[in-house]
Design a protein around this ligand. Sequence first.
Ligand code: FAD
Length: 464
Amino acid sequence: MIRSKVEELQAIFGEKNVLTEIEDMVAYSYDASHVEIQPEAVVFATATEQVSKLMQFAYREKIPVTPRGQGSGLSGGSVPLKKGIVLCMDKMNRLIDFDPANRLITVEAGMTTADIDPIAAKANLFYPPDPGSVAFSTIGGNVAENAGGLRGLKYGVTKDYVKMMKVVLPQGDIVTMGNKCVKHVAGFNMEGIFVGSEGLLGIMTEVTLALLPVPEHRESALAIFNSLDGAARAVSAIIAAGVTPSTMEFMDNVTINSIQNFKDCGLPRDGAAVLLIETDGEKNSAIAEMAKVEVEVKKNDIREFARAKSTEERNRLFEGRRVALNALASVRPNLILEDATVMRSKLPDMVRGISQIAAKYGLQIGIFGHAGDGNLHPTILLDMQDKDEKARAEKGVAELFQLAIDLEGTISGEHGIGLEKKPFLQNQIGAEGIRMLQNIKKTFDPLNLLNPGKMFDMPEQQSA
Ligand SMILES: Cc1cc2nc3c(=O)[nH]c(=O)nc-3n(C[C@H](O)[C@H](O)[C@H](O)COP(=O)(O)OP(=O)(O)OC[C@H]3O[C@@H](n4cnc5c(N)ncnc54)[C@H](O)[C@@H]3O)c2cc1C
């Protein structure tokens, strides 16, 4: 980037908050997916007004800007496809307001997700969305990807907790959307449009989130199955029986063994699959719900139903689930992680279909994920340098997405479209759906400068 433009950035952000050295460009060229593209400059915002000035500058100079939280996204969302400037939001991480009476918290968008709970806990409240990346992802990144988590089955996902937000629009306007009231219908549901917008429509700088009272009690158990099918059927049976556990996480044998090789978390190496299940709420009802769960799982090819006898045992099992991705990543040089999602009743078909795809293309696929949400993470373990294996994996991924669509599901339950799933979105929402998204993008960002090249192609994209 030419000197005068760097100086203008330094005038907005201060010298220490502007990076242009090559080693820094490498550090901000990737997220947790596979794509790597170096920006021309990286800036760190500490105030909304700076973000506004940046966008005015970017629009005047026609420079692409890519917002970034902690870069833990799994779909290439914070990779600067068209180079330009990476805007890091992680220094905007302050608490703005904690309002226990209304069960609300307002934070800067760069706050780490896990930093909410210690504040909320002071009033016996908690923030339910808990992605596996809770310890490092940001609230802005969670909102932009509509992140889910291990408690999504009972408590929903990020969109269910977003009340209000301050956003900088692509041309620099600062707007506040939503409201702190329980009910609010003054104008369009604009905060809703920003949830899952993947950094394409504006930059969130502040977010107000709803909190819930901490449940009085929780019961945790590990159900160990003799077959993948049994575990998948058990999920459907539990829901059909009218029970809503807070957590119902699935791990297959490949995942179990990868975790145990990575760290001993007490998982059974010889189980075909496990479900990590938790019920919570008022003590008697949590206990009664777990009893119903036990009845249902025992009808479905189960080998053992083991209740966690202590908090330590429970935490060890949950740690196993949280390190699943890292553990699978250590098996082969690369992995391709997907998050195709189906209705829970279609989980057995999905699991069978994934196994067939693995056999057809000779692929090693580990499956884990939020089974209670119908959200599996089939994870292809491979060596991308092996051209043949890579080509087989790409065919497998395409079939996997088609399988989810054929089962009335979705190509993404929580990781977003970003770059890697972009070619498949039209299969799910049609050409008209893509046109509608393009028109919305054009309304917000007529020059296509904010995170260009993601989710869908813009007709005039070549000129950005
Ligand atoms: C080990 C691991 C486990 C994970 N588990 C889960 C899981 O259980 N559930 C789940 O949903 N995801 C999970 N993820 C994916 C990822 O953590 C989430 O998508 C998370 O929300 C990304 O947050 P981030 O701050 O890292 O955002 P980034 O990756 O930096 O950015 C993600 C997107 O948000 C945009 N963005 C970031 N901040 C802003 C902002 N302030 N305003 C506008 N746009 C913005 C970026 O442009 C980009 O498009 C996991 C990832 C890893 C590595």
